[in-house]
Design a protein around this ligand. Sequence first.
Ligand code: IPM
Ligand code: MG
Length: 356
Amino acid sequence: MTLRIAVLPGDGIGPEIVSQALRVLDRIAQRYQVHFEYREALVGGSAYDATGHPLPPQTLEICHRSDAVLFGAVGGPKWDTLPPSLRPEAGALLPLRKALGLYANLRPALLFPALAGASPLRAEVLGEGLDILVVRELTGGIYFGQPKERRDDGRTAVDTCIYTEPEVERIAHVAFRAAKARHKKVASVDKANVLETSRLWREVVSRVAQDYPDVELQHVLVDNAAMQLIRNPRQFDVILTENMFGDILSDEAAMLTGSLGMLPSASLGEGTFGLYEPVHGSAPDIAGQGVANPLATILSAAMMLRYSFGMGEAAQRIEQAVDAALREGYRTADIWQEGCRKVGTIEMTDAVLRYL
Ligand code: IPM
Ligand code: MG
């Protein structure tokens, strides 16, 4: 079986971490007798430098013709002064999500027991650990609504938050299906006391919930959700929310696990196609030094196996190997603690491969 993977390393540490995830995928390919065909393409600032656009048409074409996309990271100070439509984030990542129809963003915030000490929360609050799945709507809301513009000679600015019923419905189904396979709880986060889009959101989510009688639904206002995540994060199983709230709450949930450098994500649409990327950014300050943490990208590759290729067992093996490497004390600089062994990007991957 041949599976086509579009490989978009991007900027900053992107190329270093993506190459390590490919080593792990190569090992899986051997073990499971599948063939991964990698097609590399330019994205972000490096694509802008080479072609004048952060998302060249060839890149989109390669993604469209692939079974999944492995994405590194984009952005850096060098491109921050470009107009928004040419910036790596707004000019590449957002249009890529939209063009590929990736409306469902899954961001698991999972605490690896070996890293519990790195969480900013006290052990009593963390208890047995954390396992939250943020399901974020990714192609609607205030990120994409029109008009989005300057008025009055630039002295007034407008963004538009807009949601349609079908947009809310499909993301709600993703969350309920995920919850069914987990701890059967969905917390739907909105701002229904103020926003009309949130009132629609709440109505539609409540209706979808009727299709999942074994899943418990709770509506939480976003400010309260931000507070509850710190006060008692273990009450959450699946957090379902719109685009911008999901952006904010997923960073908060990620930080509770102690390291943004550890967390993977999947962006899915209809069917099995998906884009997989680490939640962290391009970290230009440490790019090219061989010290970046490759684990979030390796875990993103595991999510690709699970969600796009139906290889749940292989995915689990990777996750267990990461856990084992951490238990043995291997740490990149971002998660290093006294008494642990500090290693670089390649050695960290070597450790994961040893336990795979
Ligand atoms: C994320 C990022 C992006 C977002 C930025 C880079 C546009 O913060 O993936 O969470 O806001 O979606
Ligand atoms: Mg973000």
